[in-house]
Design a protein around this ligand. Structure first.
Ligand SMILES: [Zn+2]
Length: 163
């Protein structure tokens, strides 16, 4: 929590959720992310952990929808907190494979998506989904809406800290 606005140095900061959106892989993800808004200049300030939770919520929605575009895979991998090199090591695949997935030159397989989702869920501190159910759902994924409203309250794990 800041005492002064980083933009105008005002002390007039309001602590309240900020309507936040991000476009990933053709979908607009929206959420009320905790933060502070400067009442004088309108500057919005987030804690890094809260933005990380927004990324995790976005990545979970992408994984649950079985999104396999390169942009979606990169976004999930980043939310999972692993480098492309590390992911290749973990999965025992060549780094070029990860690069292909992320550049739309090869479709990521369901097992990899399931692993990514599991890592993301662990980071978010939420229970893993039943693996068989999840893999079956990936065979017939539900189409993700163009606009996805995320409920940040569902991510109530380790990243939420002292709140
Ligand atoms: Zn300000």
């Amino acid at each position: 929590m800041l005492n002064r606005c980083p933009n105008c140095n005002s002390k007039n900061l309001a602590t309240r959720p900020i309507a936040t959106s991000r476009s990933v892989a053709g979908h607009l993800f929206t959420a009320a992310v905790p933060g502070q808004t400067c009442c004088d200049c309108g500057e919005k300030v987030y804690a890094a952990a809260d933005l990380a939770r927004f990324d995790l919520a976005t990545a979970l929605a992408l994984a649950d929808a079985g999104e396999t575009s390169g942009e979606a895979v990169r976004s999930m991998r980043k939310a999972a907190g692993v480098s492309a090199k590390k992911l290749a090591e973990l999965l025992d695949v060549r780094p070029e494979s990860v690069s292909r997935w992320e550049n739309d030159r090869g479709k990521v397989d369901r097992a990899t998506l399931a692993v990514l989702r599991q890592i993301i869920a662990e980071r978010a501190g939420i229970p893993a989904r039943n693996l068989v159910t999840f893999l079956r759902s990936l065979a017939k994924p539900k189409k993700l809406a163009l606009r996805v409203a995320l409920d940040m309250r569902k991510l109530d794990g380790e990243l939420s800290g002292g709140r």
